[in-house]
Design a protein around this ligand. Structure first.
Ligand SMILES: C[S@@+](CC[C@H](N)C(=O)[O-])C[C@H]1O[C@@H](n2cnc3c(N)ncnc32)[C@H](O)[C@@H]1O
Length: 246
């Protein structure tokens, strides 16, 4: 169902250094997460802990990161060892996680786009709901299903491109390439429409879905200039949303 991140853990970590990651992805996600001080937080598909550490540094506590890839969790643990922040990490499938309804915030950067059909998506959404307290929030970023394939090469100026395998239908693989100084690393996501996403969220008891447009950080505007980000913002490759457990 998913890219084997064990094989590309370090390269994927490198891709997080691309300027759009910091100035758009991170800036928008952390704005959405907002005040996290003292919030019990679960970071699903945490990878090497990029956002787990950022949320912890912003005061989220206690915080647990979960990822399917042992290679990614090893990278997270080695950073926790060199700079202890008190984060718990575990290897596991997000869909099977059950810490009880104890989290104020469930965060997941690029989990849902690993579902290749409605059932997989629903079980991810059910796991999110299962771990949230009533009224708790879910914050996420994923591949943007409304980004048209005609736009898939536009990202090259920012260091990535996408390609579609087959035709644009539910479950179609979308391959992201990150063009890094050492070479290109690829990860495969799956296309599921916004309608399918909203249906699964609702069925899992996640309501008040608010879609957010990407925002550029003031630093990103200053450093790169406003027009640099125009192509990204006019057809964003990723989409952000938040919702609440009923
Ligand atoms: C694109 S990476 C994002 C990592 C991290 N959230 C970040 O933004 O840096 C996607 C991650 O999702 C993980 N993943 C995919 N399917 C998963 C699942 N069902 N349960 C837990 N992790 C999963 C992969 O192992 C990978 O580390």
């Amino acid at each position: 169902m998913t890219t084997d991140y064990d094989k590309i853990a370090r390269e994927y970590q490198e891709s997080k250094l691309q300027p759009w990651r910091t100035h758009i992805e991170q800036y928008t996600l952390l704005s959405l997460a907002s005040q996290v001080q003292g919030l019990q937080t679960l970071d699903l598909a945490c990878g090497e802990g990029y956002y787990t550490r950022l949320l912890r540094r912003l005061g989220a506590e206690p915080i647990t990161g979960v990822d399917l890839s042992m290679g990614m969790i090893e990278l997270a643990l080695s950073q926790e060892k060199s700079e202890p922040l008190g984060i718990q990490y575990c290897v596991g499938d997000a869909r099977a996680m059950d810490f009880g309804a104890t989290s104020d915030l469930v965060f997941a950067a690029y989990l849902l786009n690993y579902a290749s059909n409605y059932q997989e998506l629903l079980s991810m959404c059910e796991a999110i709901a299962r771990n949230l307290k009533p009224g708790g929030r879910f914050v996420t970023v994923n591949n943007n299903p409304n980004d048209p394939p005609s736009n898939f090469e536009t990202g090259r100026i920012y260091g990535y491109s996408k390609r579609l395998q087959g035709s644009l239908q539910e479950g179609a693989p979308i391959i992201w390439s990150f063009h890094l100084p050492e070479g290109t690393v690829e990860v495969t996501n799956y296309y599921l429409s916004m309608v399918t996403l909203e249906r699964a969220l609702q069925a899992a008891g996640l309501t008040n879905v608010i879609w957010h447009k990407p925002k550029v950080s003031p630093e990103g505007l200053r450093q790169w200039g406003e027009s640099h980000w125009d192509a990204f913002l006019s057809n964003s490759p990723v989409t952000f949303f938040e919702c609440t457990k009923r």
